[in-house]
Design a protein around this ligand. Structure first.
Ligand code: ARG
Length: 574
């Protein structure tokens, strides 16, 4: 379970409403957008019905009941149906900043997940098919969750469930034999592979015997024919070689590349168990699990010709993962188009009596399209992810060169900014939303973008660099007198945000929603820029300077770490 926020728990313990549990109250407590309102707020609207009173009144009564008690809050206020709580600012600042100073980028790390394994099935590309912009979301959402779980002490297992089985391999062999050129495939890799694949489809429309031939070759692969298998492995290698370059650019890692083919010899026991339990029926020669009772179409397991299906492989994969990793949860980061598929697979496992079926979670997401509408996977008209990254990097280089002519390592910085902008954008909205990608939008240095946050971090770095040896300068914990140097509205808002880093991470994994962290990073960057505008730092009064520098340092830590978690690198300067 998530770690409880001590302050929220404390607040909940002061609220007594008949028929409402402490947990329910805890869950309602939020952090106000405007930190002036308080550190936490309890909206009272939900209680109106049960108490038959207006929320405004409820908030006032709850406040009065707290004020007569011995309580730890510096203020409790009832405002428009909200009950707002403030804690001692000085204590908060001290605790937060000293924690960041002592932990550095380990700040926010926890042991919440100790002893728990989370399998994350993500990216899961299809061999010999283009790695196109449609794979962006699964890759970056999964990658972000993978890093976040690790930060929270979970044992995360990243799985690339490769789509490496199916008749398309028969088609590829035919295509390669007819029009392929080994050298060309070696040098242009997946692009050349895709070309002959597209050509196959064009030609097969005119000459249907090609499809028969493809089926024959696929059968040869299934039967373990040496030549066919060698080609199959080669296509796979070519694809992975190319894709791994992109994974490297995006800091995406996997612990396993066991894909569909891996389960070829692991489906029989599952099918047998299903049969034993009387769950399968034969329909038109195919083996299915009838799910009509649950309002779903049947789960297709074995076709009339004996071929197994995507779902059969996923069933075998679920068993394999449970046995191999004994997961606490197993996530499938796959587009919402596959909602039904996962509902069926999970249901079948539940019907088999596997109590762990409840630990399988489909984490769906919406579609990415391009502003100019060029997003079609048909007939080779695809937008390759690599091209999008390259173009974004190219444009970043132009912008950076204009903004900072003397910047060293411009190319390296542009790589971080260009790829980071794409990743940041993909993780900006709640994942279920369809999004429209545009270069100008994601590279707007003044918008709520990756570059804006990277730039803010670079600004922090620049302050810290000018100071010299920051570690030495901030070695001693901050004293109360020093903390008085940041007793103002902008600092307070920023500290509140920084102190929330851990609970933001908890929230993000609890909801499988990396965008919570993306949003948070934007909030921190905006809050820092307000602070930076209003407060002198390096030429502040000596008595105030150390606390302000500490706040800059703490901002830098959460920005860098927050961005790293979502998969965005941070240039030192830009
Ligand atoms: N390769 C599949 C696709 O591109 C996604 C696989 C997702 N993972 C799974 N275990 N089904 O649609």
């Amino acid at each position: 379970m998530e770690i409880k926020n001590e302050k929220k728990e404390l607040i909940a313990s002061f609220i007594n409403i008949e028929g409402v549990t402490q947990e329910e109250i805890y869950a309602l407590i939020t952090v106000p957008q405007d930190s002036e309102m308080g550190d936490f707020a309890l909206p009272c609207f939900r209680f109106a019905k049960a108490l038959r009173k207006a929320p405004v009144m409820i908030a006032q009564e709850l406040r009065d009941a707290i004020l007569v008690k011995d309580h730890p809050f510096t203020a409790v206020e009832a405002v428009n149906g909200y009950l707002n709580f403030k804690f001692n600012k000085l204590e908060k600042a001290k605790k937060t900043l000293n924690a960041v100073l002592s932990m550095g980028t380990d700040y926010g790390t926890s042991q919440e997940g100790k002893g728990k394994t989370v399998c994350i099935d993500y990216s899961s590309i299809n061999i010999a098919k283009p790695f196109h912009i449609g794979h962006l979301s699964t890759t970056v959402i999964g990658g972000a969750l993978y890093r976040m779980y690790k930060k929270l002490g979970y044992n995360a297992v990243g799985i690339n469930h490769l789509g490496d089985w199916g008749t398309q391999f028969g088609k590829l062999i035919v295509a390669f034999k007819k029009w392929g050129d080994r050298e060309d495939l070696e040098s242009r890799g997946i692009y050349a592979l895709n070309e002959i694949y597209v050509k196959f489809h064009q030609e097969a429309e005119k000459d249907p015997t090609l499809d028969d031939l493809a089926r024959k070759y696929f059968k040869l692969i299934e039967d373990g024919d040496k030549e066919a298998l060698d080609l199959f492995y080669w296509f796979k290698e070519i694809t992975l070689r190319e894709v791994k370059k992109i994974y490297e650019r995006l800091d995406i890692n996997f612990d396993s590349y066991n894909g569909e083919a891996f389960y070829n010899d692991k489906m029989t026991p599952v099918l047998e168990e299903l049969k034993e339990k009387g769950l399968t029926t034969i329909s038109d020669g195919a083996e299915i699990v009838d799910l009509a009772e649950y309002g779903m179409s049947p789960c297709l397991l074995v076709k009339a010709d004996g071929a197994t299906l995507y779902a059969t492989r996923d069933l075998a994969a679920a068993f394999y993962r449970k046995h191999t990793y004994d997961f606490w949860k197993c996530l499938y980061v796959v587009a919402y188009q596959q909602n039904l598929h996962f509902k069926q697979v999970f249901k079948v496992l539940e019907l088999m009596g596997k109590d762990w079926a409840k630990d399988l979670v489909h984490v769906p997401f919406g579609m990415v399209s391009l502003e100019d509408g060029t997003m079609s996977t048909r007939k080779g008209k695809v937008v390759w992810l690599e091209d999008v990254l390259n173009k974004s990097v190219e444009k970043s280089l132009e912008i950076i060169s204009k903004k900072n002519e003397t910047l060293a390592n411009k190319e390296a910085v542009a790589e971080m900014v260009g790829t980071g902008a794409v990743v940041f954008f993909a993780l900006s909205n709640s994942r279920i939303k369809d999004i429209v990608f545009g270069y100008d939008k994601v590279l707007n240095f003044d918008g709520e973008t990756g570059p804006y946050c990277q730039y803010t971090n670079a600004r922090c770095n620049s302050v810290l660099r000018k100071l010299g040896n920051v570690e030495e300068y901030l070695k001693e914990p901050l004293t109360d007198e020093e903390l008085a140097g940041i007793d103002n509205k902008e600092s307070d808002a920023l500290i509140t945000l920084i102190s929330n880093f851990g609970s933001v991470l908890n929230d993000a994994v609890a909801r499988y929603e990396p965008s919570i962290v993306t949003r948070y990073v934007v909030d921190v960057a905006q809050s820092f820029n307000k602070f930076y505008l209003e407060n002198r730092i390096l030429n502040a009064d000596e008595s105030q300077k150390r606390a302000r520098v500490a706040l800059v340092y703490a901002t830098h830590v959460v920005l860098k770490e927050g961005l790293r978690l979502i998969g965005v690198q941070t240039p030192e300067e830009m």
